[in-house]
Design a protein around this ligand. Structure first.
Ligand SMILES: NC(=O)c1ccc[n+]([C@@H]2O[C@H](COP(=O)([O-])OP(=O)(O)OC[C@H]3O[C@@H](n4cnc5c(N)ncnc54)[C@H](O)[C@@H]3O)[C@@H](O)[C@H]2O)c1
Length: 702
């Protein structure tokens, strides 16, 4: 029984119990419907309270029903029954009330919640429009401008804001059932009648200036997107049409949104992220990892201090170990400054900053790593240094401690061979800044055990990151695709005389937050040069390979931090200005490497950048360095700025049609230059057989 019905005097309580998060599926809907009709028909009942057991009120719709025929009873029937009940229906809420959960609450007559509850309409993040009256009831409750803001942002508001907006009527103590009953009693004492949201006056008109303000406020998340147009249309209807006509229009627009490529792409990434953290399976059962509660980080530089913060943010105790006092103080200062600025920007409060900082203890001795569940080394990228540090960690720690390296370019297998227990060694490739970036590549070396991988993936979840399992190859997955595909093409185009401004603007129009040349300048061109030097020592690449970046590094023109790189910067400013020296440099390099100038259209720029990603992605799948095409999509959307609403490079290839992708790659191989456009065999196989990467993933059971 997922929805129980009990009576407390003349007040009935429908208690939803559908772990883990009380998502609304057909069982919950049927339970709500039956509770409503029991309350309505029982003469001894004067009001109905709806509440949930567990950690949250109904968190939202059951997403596995999305995009298929929704089993009965329908949302419309359930919400209609709740709203038209002749006795007051009250929701008593706690936790995170999102989407469908909030739509249920808005159809009820009164709403109370704990102070810590949060409320949101996140549908836009999946490219869909709410379909259970959200766009018609929300503006009637909180006004059209506030409704627009909530629907465009997708982010939840806290309890205080919900009270201020009129989304809830009052706060109740943490025991929501008791609180809800007490609230219902007070209402009955006042002779309160059902208060129908649908009967509230239509909201005021949605003006052009409200729309412009709303779109501007959320411009970053909405760039390239279309769902917001449906939101606006539905909100306009809330004023212009009757409530029932508005519901009908919403339902039609919502169905339309589900069909859109944008929504399919966003849902693909959502489910791909959810599934990529799955533990390895052995003998038919998922392998269980260790829950990491105490960790050590060796090296307190840029990465080590960020990793320590990421761990502390998840409540993990960290010993931060350095080789000398000044280096340790530098690292601890970075951490202190970062937390101070998070407080200043209102991201966390002072108490939280203090608590997190207190979890990080500096040390100059490896001994501090002795009693930990996990040690992550983040010392300089130097094979011999890392091998020696890992060997010492191996002999200092307990045998069950997981030993991780944050290397970005070295072979994990050769690092692990410096230890006596290579099965417990794994790569944890964090991205900079490590406490902010969501992507974590979990690198499996030749001897890494399933249990070690399971621990790393459980850690990723604990850190609220997406942990993607990758093989121990050149650049793992993300950097391999960037260096052998995307950025290599960008460099070749620079040699062919295309301006960085044009390349960046084409790729920003495609949907990347920042064009590749601006990214390179911002990250520091020297950083990439160092990584490539290591990687090409491991595995060579035909020339010209990133020769523009190498030359700029040699000149010390390494980007924003030096005032000059691919672009020019005024001191302390981030705006990228044209760099008159660049064409001279690229022309000289083009001559040296025998690259002829070439007219490149905007479309060709886009094709060369995106198709090279797809092709290298397919090679990676062929080589078994990623398990699923969907994992590659997660890497590129979570870590490299590929537009989420295009679903990642492999999903984008599927939606573009693999036959066309193959044809264009073959054209580029014959005309675009570069001697590396070898079509990935998997791409050729799928394209010629009418397949897709998604179907390939499914066929492999992943
Ligand atoms: N910077 C990035 O964007 C980035 C991204 C991903 C991975 N990485 C990798 O992370 C690692 C660290 O990079 P970083 O940018 O933080 O370097 P960094 O130079 O900022 O920091 C390295 C730190 O290691 C310390 N160290 C050196 N030897 C040590 C020892 N024996 N014991 C304890 N501490 C020691 C140094 O004092 C220094 O503080 C490298 O392997 C790098 O490839 C870097």
């Amino acid at each position: 029984m997922s929805v129980s019905f009990e009576k407390h005097g003349d007040i009935a309580v429908a208690l939803v119990d559908r772990p883990p998060v009380n998502a609304i599926d057909s069982v919950v809907r049927a339970g709500l419907l039956s509770a409503t009709s029991r309350a309505a028909s029982d003469p001894a009942v004067n009001a109905l309270v709806i509440a949930c057991r567990g950690r949250t009120f109904m968190s939202g719709a059951d997403l596995s029903e999305l995009g298929s025929i929704i089993p009965p009873p329908s949302y419309a029937d359930v919400l209609h029954a709740l709203e038209s009940c002749a006795k007051p229906v009250i929701t008593a809420m706690h936790g995170t009330i999102l989407g469908g959960g909030l739509e249920v609450a808005m159809a009820c007559h009164y709403r109370c919640a704990t102070r810590t509850a949060r409320f949101g309409m996140p549908e836009i993040t999946l490219g869909i429009l709410p379909g259970a009256g959200g766009t018609q009831r929300l503006p009637r409750l909180i006004g059209v401008e506030n409704a627009l803001d909530m629907l465009l942002s997708g982010a939840p508001v806290d309890g205080a804001r919900a009270l201020e907006l009129g989304l809830i009527d009052e706060f109740v103590p943490d025991d929501v059932v008791d609180g809800g009953i007490a609230f219902a009693r007070r209402l009955l004492e006042k002779n309160a009648r059902p208060r129908l949201t649908r009967s509230k006056p239509a909201p005021s008109a949605l003006t052009d200036s409200m729309i412009a303000t709303g779109l501007a406020r959320h411009a970053r998340g909405l760039k390239g997107r279309t769902t917001q147009n449906l939101v606006i249309e539905a909100l306009r209807a809330a004023r212009q049409l009757s409530f029932d006509e508005g519901l009908a229009l919403e339902s039609q627009l919502s169905a339309e949104s589900l069909e859109s490529t944008e929504s399919r792409a966003l849902r693909h990434v959502f489910f791909a992220e959810r599934d990529c953290g799955r533990a390895p399976v052995a003998n038919g059962a998922p392998v269980r990892g260790v829950d990491v509660n105490r960790a050590a980080v060796v090296g307190a530089g840029t990465m080590g201090s960020g990793i320590a913060m990421a761990l502390a943010d998840a409540g993990i105790h960290v010993a931060l170990i350095e080789r000398d006092r000044p280096a340790l103080d530098r690292g601890l200062n970075i951490i202190r400054d970062n937390y101070a600025s998070a407080v200043q920007r209102g991201r966390i409060d002072e108490a939280a900053a203090r608590d997190r900082q207190a979890l990080i203890e500096g040390s100059l001795a490896l001994e501090a790593a002795r009693d930990t569940d996990l040690v992550i080394e983040a010392v300089f990228e130097d094979l011999e240094l890392k091998r020696s540090v890992l060997g010492k960690i191996d002999s200092t720690t307990r045998p069950e401690t997981i030993v991780a390296s944050n290397t970005s370019s070295l072979s994990l297998t050769s690092l692990a061979s410096a230890t006596k227990n290579p099965d417990r060694v794994v790569g944890l490739h964090f991205f900079s800044p490590a406490n902010v970036m969501r992507l974590l590549e979990v690198v499996r070396g030749e001897h890494t055990s399933d249990a070690t991988v399971a621990t790393a993936q459980a850690l990723a979840r604990k850190l609220r990151k997406v942990g993607v399992l990758v093989g121990d190859g050149f650049g793992f997955v993300g950097n391999r695709m960037m260096l052998d595909g995307y950025f290599r093409e960008v460099e070749l185009m620079l040699l062919q005389g295309v301006t960085p401004e044009r390349i960046d603007s084409v790729m920003e129009n495609f949907g990347f937050a920042m064009g590749p040349n601006r990214v390179n300048d911002m990250a520091g061109i020297d950083v990439g040069t160092r990584v490539r030097a290591e990687l090409t020592r491991r595995e060579s690449r035909p020339s010209p390979y990133h020769v523009v970046s190498d030359a700029l590094t040699a000149l010390g023109h390494v980007g924003q931090k030096s005032g000059r790189g691919i672009y020019r910067y005024q001191s302390g400013e981030r705006a990228a200005l044209p760099n008159p020296e660049l064409p001279l440099l690229t022309r000289a390099l083009a001559e040296k490497h025998g690259v002829a100038p070439r007219d490149v259209s905007d479309q060709e720029i886009e094709h060369r950048c995106v198709l090279s990603l797809i092709n290298v992605g397919a090679q990676i799948l062929d080589e078994g360095l990623a398990n699923r095409a969907a994992d590659i999509d997660v890497v590129w959307t979570a870590g490299y700025g590929f537009p989420r609403w295009r679903g990642g490079p492999m999903f984008y290839a599927d939606t573009s049609g693999l036959a066309g992708v193959l044809r264009r790659i073959e054209e580029l191989a014959s005309t675009g230059g570069g001697n590396y456009w070898h079509v990935a065999p998997l791409l050729r196989r799928l394209a010629s057989g009418g397949g897709t990467f998604a179907a390939w993933d499914r066929s492999r059971g992943s």
